[in-house]
Design a protein around this ligand. Structure first.
Ligand code: GTP
Ligand code: MG
Length: 232
């Protein structure tokens, strides 16, 4: 099994205690997450898998889509407002305007297509340029169910994560629903630590193209988050 080499002091961030100030326990959290990456890497499928646990073949995104999914983390209700952007070049100007108020960015590549990994520095730079300061970002190598066609080593993703200050590098499969919940939980835990208590009014709900709202699903224990690479 490959193990993810998290960048930074990830262990303490996954312990749960690091959010332990008593006043936070009563808080609800709302975080805006932007999902970026080249076209066809599987961004929309990963989001759908996160919400429903199911895989569905989906048409290429036009512009930006929006959805909300709730999580329960150590008894705290965390709403993840997810902005799914189109990877196609022709939508870049539109999508960049959605970076501004994001707390976190999931930057995805297709591990069977090297060119999508080579694009990551571009996406990271765009987050730095158009996003707020200190946006938390995670590198997502999707389609790990297609391991025989792999063109990107997991070690390369970990190295890039470390070099660029990413919170982590993970490999996911939207098709087999692997590491998808964990990727979002990792992001949520980090954002709780960094942002503390957020009121809903701080993030405006102004979706350009609303999708469905889904109920919350309890997610797995913290320990399982430490094993976040695919078995592929
Ligand atoms: N084998 C496999 N195929 C996947 C996976 N995730 C997505 N796909 C396929 O990859 C293709 C692209 O998926 P999308 O989710 O539409 O990709 P996207 O990144 O949202 O693309 P844009 O909206 O154009 O930016 C589809 O044919 C999916 O069926 C996965 O985990 N494994
Ligand atoms: Mg899409």
């Amino acid at each position: 099994m490959q193990w993810c080499k998290w960048a930074g002091n990830w262990k303490s961030r996954l312990q749960g205690q690091s959010t332990g100030a008593q006043e936070e326990d009563a808080c609800e959290f709302l975080f805006k997450i932007i999902f970026l990456g080249d076209s066809n890497v599987g961004k929309t499928c990963v989001i759908h898998s996160f919400k429903s646990g199911e895989f569905r073949d989906i048409h290429s995104t036009i512009g930006v889509d929006f959805t909300v999914h709730s999580m329960d983390i150590d008894g705290k209700k965390v709403k993840m407002q997810i902005w799914d952007t189109a990877g196609q070049e022709r939508f870049r100007t539109i999508t960049q305007s959605y970076y501004r108020s994001a707390h976190g960015a999931m930057i995805a590549y297709d591990l069977t297509r090297r060119s999508t990994f080579d694009s990551l520095p571009h996406w990271i730079q765009a987050v730095e340029q158009y996003g707020a300061a200190n946006v938390v970002f995670v590198l997502i190598g999707n389609k790990c169910d297609l391991a025989p066609q792999r063109q990107v080593l997991f070690e390369d993703a970990c190295t890039l994560a470390e070099q660029t200050g990413a919170l982590a590098a993970l490999e996911t499969s939207a098709k087999e629903n692997r590491n998808v919940q964990e990727a979002f939980e990792l992001m949520a835990r980090e954002l709780i630590v960094r942002n503390g208590c957020l009121v809903h009014q701080e993030v405006q709900l102004d979706p350009p193209n609303p999708l469905l709202y889904y109920d919350s699903h309890p997610i797995d224990e913290v320990e399982s988050l430490k094993k976040k690479s695919c078995d592929c």
